[in-house]
Design a protein around this ligand. Structure first.
Ligand code: AMP
Ligand code: ZN
Length: 121
């Protein structure tokens, strides 16, 4: 599903400010906030404000938005203290271990050890 902005979608609600988040960046297209259950000292979620279920639903029309999200990852990782690098994870669909069905990029960084995420299962 794309752009339906479902009333009950958790990340749509965060993007609309209906549910609080610890945001570190937002503009008219993207919001970035700390994951509520961080798996690493730096664990950000880069979220488009328009509803896209996952990359499985991404279309050519989303190209510049996706590029913006990618470019935000290193910038915000560094700003939040991941000075020596970061990991970018995108879970897509149930088979990809996705739990919140609104597209998001996980940005992980900072000193190890990190908690194991579903990437390892
Ligand atoms: P995924 O498994 O890729 O769908 O990841 C969903 C992520 O959303 C998990 O890492 C959760 O900890 C995170 N999460 C769930 N609810 C919230 C919330 N209210 N604020 C911030 N992060 C959340
Ligand atoms: Zn949504």
């Amino acid at each position: 599903m794309v752009d339906a902005t479902p009333a009950s979608c958790l990340f749509c609600r965060i993007a609309r400010g209906e549910i609080p988040s610890r945001s570190v960046f937002q503009d008219d297209e993207v919001i970035v906030f700390h994951d509520i259950h961080p798996a690493a000292p730096v664990h950000l979620l880069i979220v488009p404000k328009r509803h896209i279920d996952s990359l499985l639903d991404a279309e050519a029309d989303h190209q510049s938005l996706l590029g913006k999200m990618l470019l935000l990852a290193p910038r915000l990782a560094k700003e939040q203290g991941a000075s020596d690098g970061f990991r970018l994870i995108v879970n897509n669909g149930t088979g990809g271990g996705q739990e919140v069905f609104h597209l998001h990029f996980h940005v992980l960084g900072g000193p190890r050890p990190w908690r194991q995420m579903s990437i390892g299962r």
